[in-house]
Design a protein around this ligand. Structure first.
Ligand SMILES: *[C@@H]1O[C@H](CO)[C@@H](O)[C@H](O)[C@H]1NC(C)=O
Ligand SMILES: *[C@@H]1O[C@H](CO)[C@@H](O)[C@H](O)[C@H]1NC(C)=O
Ligand SMILES: *[C@@H]1O[C@H](CO)[C@@H](O)[C@H](O)[C@H]1NC(C)=O
Length: 172
């Protein structure tokens, strides 16, 4: 029997060099996908004693604009977010449909490589996507997913405000 990988997933986080203050804006009522993104994040945060994020329509609108650009011009490839104002997690999926909850669960899988005792990551693994999910000082979340039919791919981007993943800082 022929067995091969039917789908691929890839994850990406952003990192920030220095900490800076940022005042979050107000919240808004939640559509279903937003609620799923938010709940999955807040379960992972509660699991390590970190306060919940709240949904920001304004932040979500920024991800929506970016994701539509990546869909229309970039075939759903990862966005280049090295110098962004927000913290960001991305998930690129090929050949499979991923729900909001599945996206976040994929990110939270990095938890197994993260050592909170000394804020380190197992060598040859990445933890930055997970550490952004549970970053205590991030308080607002906004996410959008887009699908590229021709590429049989989707891209999901979540932004976090204020950003997490300051090098040398512990997430919580
Ligand atoms: C977000 O985008 C929607 C749809 O374009 C718009 O109606 C709404 O005012 C925007 N919200 C914010 C906070 O920018
Ligand atoms: C991303 O943008 C930065 C500067 O904004 C640039 O230096 C870098 O080469 C870009 N990376 C990719 C993969 O395009
Ligand atoms: C986590 O780091 C601490 C301190 O460096 C170390 O003692 C411990 O063994 C590490 N835990 C795991 C699971 O690697």
């Amino acid at each position: 029997m022929l067995y091969r990988a039917l789908f691929q997933l890839a994850v990406l986080a952003t990192f920030h060099g220095t900490s800076e203050g940022d005042t979050p804006a107000v919240t808004a009522p939640l559509p279903t996908a937003a609620r799923d993104f938010l709940e999955a994040h807040n379960e992972a945060r509660a699991a390590v004693g970190v306060e919940p994020l709240r949904w920001s329509e304004q932040v979500a609108n920024v991800t929506s604009k970016l994701v539509r650009y990546q869909r229309d011009k970039m075939g759903c490839q990862f966005a280049n977010l090295t110098a962004g104002k927000y913290g960001a997690n991305q998930l690129w999926a090929h050949g499979t449909v991923v729900t909001a909850r599945m996206v976040v669960e994929e990110w939270v899988k990095q938890r197994q490589f993260y050592n909170h005792t000394d804020n380190s990551c197992v060598p040859n693994h990445k933890c930055g996507v997970y550490t952004q999910v549970v970053w205590r000082k991030s308080v607002e979340l906004g996410c959008t997913q887009a699908t590229c039919v021709k590429e049989d791919a989707s891209l999901t981007i979540c932004f976090y405000n204020p950003p997490g993943n300051y090098v040398g800082e512990s997430p919580y």
